[in-house]
Design a protein around this ligand. Structure first.
Ligand code: GLN
Length: 507
C-alpha cells in the first residue's frame, strides 16, 4: 500500500513535486467539498504559497520529516491567526493568537496545514450534525452521516482531500467517524499527546489523535505529535516509541483478548460477522485469541455522560459574552430592561416606594442578562443539554448520588482493563454497533445517538489507547471498522494489530 513515506521518497528524488500535489488536493476540495462539507475553512492561496516554500526546502535538503504531508485540522485545535470556531456560533468570530503544541510540532517538521475541518459543536455529538456550518456527509454515500464528533477530519481523509488529519476523542470522536468513513483513526493514551491549544470539552478525557489512510501514516503522525510538553502539566513524561518502525517490521506474536461484552445485544449481525471473519484471519497471522471479560463495560455510557457533562459544564462556563466569543447586543438588553421596569411601575401604581424598589431588584441586572443572553444565543441545543446535565450532577444535592458515584464506577472500569491486560497485549471489538446512519435519523433521539459510543467510551474512561481500522464493507455499501484497545502507552501494540488487519486484505 502506498503510504506517505513512499510519497516523500518521490518528492526527494524529484519524481513528484509539491506544486502538483497541492493542485491535486485543491481541485479535489473544489469538486467534493461543497457536497461533503468537511472543510469549513480553506485558503488555496495560502496552501499554494506554503507548498512553494516547502518545495524549496526539499530541493535544498533542509526539509523536515513531514515535508509533503497535507494535514486537515479539526476546528477545535488552535492554529495561530486562524479562526477556531468549534463549529459554534459562540466562537464564529474567534481567531487564535497561538499554535496548539501539536500544530507547532507538525509545523516544525514542515507539515502543510490545508484546512480546518467540521465537527459537532464543541466536539459534542456522534454525527457532525450539531454544527454551526451544517452537517458533513459520508463520502461513501452522502445520504449518511460521516460520524462524529470529528466527522470533518474523517471525511477529508476518506474523500482524499488531504493525506491525514487531526481530530479529538473524548468518548470515541476519532474512532467512530473513522469506522463510519473507512479510514484509520487513533486515540492515544490520555496524556500521550499535549492538550495545550485544544479547546476543552471534558479535560480528563480529551485526546488529540490522527486520522490516516493507512496504519503506517497514522504511526508517522503519532510519532510527531506525542511527548511531554511543558505547556501541559498533564502530559506524560514517558518515552515515545518508534511507532513507524514497530509497524514496518513486525513478526512478533500478539495475544488478543476478545471480550464477550462487546459482542452482545445491539450489535448489527453483519458488523458482527465482518469482525468475526477478521478474528479468524488474525489467528493465521501469529495472533492468539483469548477470551477476556470487562464486566463493568455496561455502565460505560451512563458513567461517561455524568462525568463528561460535569466537566463540560465547568469548562464552558468561560463563554460568558464578556471576555471573548459571542456577545449579545447590549443596547437591546438595556432596552428590554427599561421596558420591563416601565411595565413594573405601571403594575405597581399606588404601591409604596419600598415595594416598588423591592420589585425592581428582583429583575436581573444588565450583567446577568448579558451572560444569559450571550449563552442562549451562542450555544446550540446539544451543548445546552450537556451544560444542564453537568450542572445538575454537580449540584450540592446530587453530587454524591451522581458525580461521586460515577467517579467510583470509572475506577472499576479501569480496573477491568488492568486485569485484562495482565493476560493479553490488546483487546479487540467492533468500533461501533452499526454502520453510519442516515442524516437526520437520530437527531431527535439523543439517547440513541449516545449509544453509538458504547464500544469506544470505555477506553476514554480508562485512559488507555485505541485504534479503529477498516475491516470490511457492509452489504449496504458502508464501511465497517474494527477496534483494538491497548494498555497505557502501548500504542505500538494496537498499531501492530491494526497493521495485520490491513495486510490480510479482507477489508
Ligand atoms: N459522541 C461522544 C459525545 O458526544 C464523544 C464525543 C467526543 O469524543 N468528543 O460526547
Amino acid at each position: 500500500m502506498k503510504n506517505l513515506l513512499s510519497v516523500q521518497e518521490q518528492l526527494s528524488s524529484g519524481k513528484a513535486n509539491l506544486k502538483d500535489l497541492s493542485e491535486k488536493y485543491i481541485e479535489k476540495i473544489h469538486s467534493l467539498n461543497p457536497e461533503i462539507n468537511a472543510f469549513v475553512h480553506f485558503n488555496e492561496e495560502e496552501v499554494r504559497s506554503n507548498a512553494a516554500r516547502i518545495q524549496q526546502k526539499i530541493e535544498t535538503g533542509t526539509a523536515g520529516e513531514l515535508a509533503g504531508v497535507f494535514v486537515g485540522v479539526k476546528d477545535v485545535i488552535c492554529e495561530r491567526d486562524k479562526k477556531v470556531t468549534c463549529a459554534s456560533k459562540m466562537l464564529h468570530n474567534f481567531t487564535s493568537v497561538y499554535d496548539a503544541t501539536v500544530i507547532r510540532k507538525l509545523r516544525d517538521q514542515d507539515a502543510l496545514f490545508i484546512g480546518r475541518t467540521n465537527l459537532d459543536e464543541f466536539a459534542m455529538g456522534s454525527s457532525t450534525e450539531n454544527s454551526y456550518f451544517g452537517p458533513s456527509k459520508n463520502p461513501a454515500n452522502t445520504d449518511y452521516v460521516t460520524g462524529g464528533s470529528s466527522g470533518g477530519s474523517a471525511a477529508v481523509v476518506a474523500a482524499d482531500m488531504c493525506d491525514v488529519s487531526l481530530g479529538s476523542d473524548t468518548g470515541g470522536s476519532i474512532r467512530q467517524p473513522a469506522s463510519y468513513s473507512g479510514v484509520v483513526g487513533l486515540k492515544p493514551t490520555y496524556s500521550r499527546v499535549s492538550r495545550y491549544g485544544l479547546v476543552a470539552y471534558a479535560s480528563s478525557f480529551d485526546c488529540i489523535g490522527p486520522f490516516a489512510k493507512n496504519v503506517t501514516d497514522a504511526a508517522l503522525m503519532l510519532k510527531h505529535i506525542s511527548g511531554k510538553d511543558e505547556m501541559d502539566n498533564s502530559s506524560a513524561n514517558v518515552k515515545v516509541d518508534d511507532y513507524v518502525a514497530a509497524v514496518q517490521k513486525d513478526e512478533g506474536k500478539l495475544r488478543v483478548g476478545v471480550p464477550k461484552e462487546y459482542f452482545g445485544d445491539g450489535l448489527d449481525d453483519e458488523v458482527r460477522s465482518i469482525v468475526e471473519d477478521q478474528l479468524k484471519a488474525l489467528e493465521k497471522q501469529n495472533v492468539e485469541l483469548v477470551p477476556v471479560t470487562l464486566p463493568h463495560m455496561k455502565y460505560g455510557i451512563a458513567t461517561y455522560y455524568i462525568l463528561a457533562t460535569a466537566e463540560a459544564s465547568s469548562n464552558l462556563a468561560r463563554y460568558d459574552g464578556v471576555r471573548y466569543g459571542h456577545r449579545a447586543d447590549m443596547n437591546k438588553i438595556e432596552e428590554e430592561l427599561g421596558s420591563e421596569r416601565q411595565a413594573l411601575k405601571q403594575e405597581l401604581k399606588g404601591a409604596s416606594a419600598a415595594e416598588v424598589e423591592e420589585a425592581m431588584s428582583s429583575l436581573d441586572s444588565p450583567l446577568i442578562r448579558l451572560y444569559k443572553k450571550s449563552r442562549t444565543e451562542g450555544f446550540g441545543t446539544e451543548v445546552k443539554r450537556r451544560i444542564l446535565l453537568g450542572t445538575y450532577v454537580l449540584s450540592a444535592g446530587y453530587y454524591d448520588a451522581y458525580y461521586a458515584k460515577a467517579q467510583k464506577v470509572r475506577r472499576l472500569i479501569k480496573q477491568d482493563f488492568i486485569d485484562a491486560f495482565s493476560d493479553v497485549d490488546v483487546i479487540v471489538s467492533p468500533t461501533a454497533p452499526t454502520t453510519a446512519f442516515k442524516l437526520g435519523e437520530n437527531l431527535d433521539n439523543p439517547l440513541q445517538m449516545y449509544l453509538n459510543d458504547v464500544y469506544t467510551i470505555s477506553a476514554n474512561l480508562a485512559g488507555i489507547c485505541a485504534v479503529s481500522v477498516p475491516a470490511g464493507t457492509h452489504s449496504n455499501g458502508l464501511p465497517v471498522g474494527i477496534q483494538f484497545m491497548g494498555n497505557t502507552f502501548r500504542e505500538t501494540d494496537i498499531l501492530r494489530a491494526a497493521k495485520r488487519i490491513e495486510s490480510n486484505s479482507l477489508a
